[in-house]
Write a protein that binds this ligand. Sequence first.
Ligand SMILES: [Zn+2]
Length: 219
Amino acid sequence: MRVVNVCFHGIGSPGRVLEPGEETYWTGRDTFLGILDRVAGRDDVRLSFDDGNASDASIALPALQERGLTATFFVVAGRLDQPGSLSREDVRRLHGAGMTIGNHGMTHRPWRGLDPGRQQEELVAARQALAEVTGHAVRDAACPLGRYDRHVLGALRRLGYRSAHTSDRRWARTDSWIQPRYSIHAGDTPESVEREVLRRPAAPVRAKGAAVGAVKRLR
Ligand SMILES: [Zn+2]
């Protein structure tokens, strides 16, 4: 089945110092709620939240629950319990509410070109730290900054991850191991998301997207 993966980052006002350029991925609360209203009831839309911001628990969780929605939260393990980020208790609450917890690394550094020690920290130790919080295995990963190559994908497969989420702005197949996603940007509105994300692109656009994905998988 074809689905569209929609990815949010922070919502509202950041409670921590952002990385350079990161503010372009934050969205306002009303915009966020307006987008959720448009995806509620659609079985071809999947939601995820990256970076483990505190707004995942304070804003996203109640809004999802009000609409009967679930999502995957890709958490940065090294930020747990830090100001502006999720606490361990928040992560337990998300998990207890039926949300999926995924790995987004220990430090949010990109996963391309890591030496073995750092790769262990980002892909293994971070996953382990998150699993210890909920008491459940962490099986899904999202590549920080959307960066990956065949080495990253190979490592994730070897380590037994169930899925690898990217940011390639294409529709996905439910049975695919790689899950491309559309990140919501600061300038997006519910209307623009409806038009540009929630409608499946025409065939020529899809072919271009598939070609871009192939280049990244094989490099
Ligand atoms: Zn991220």
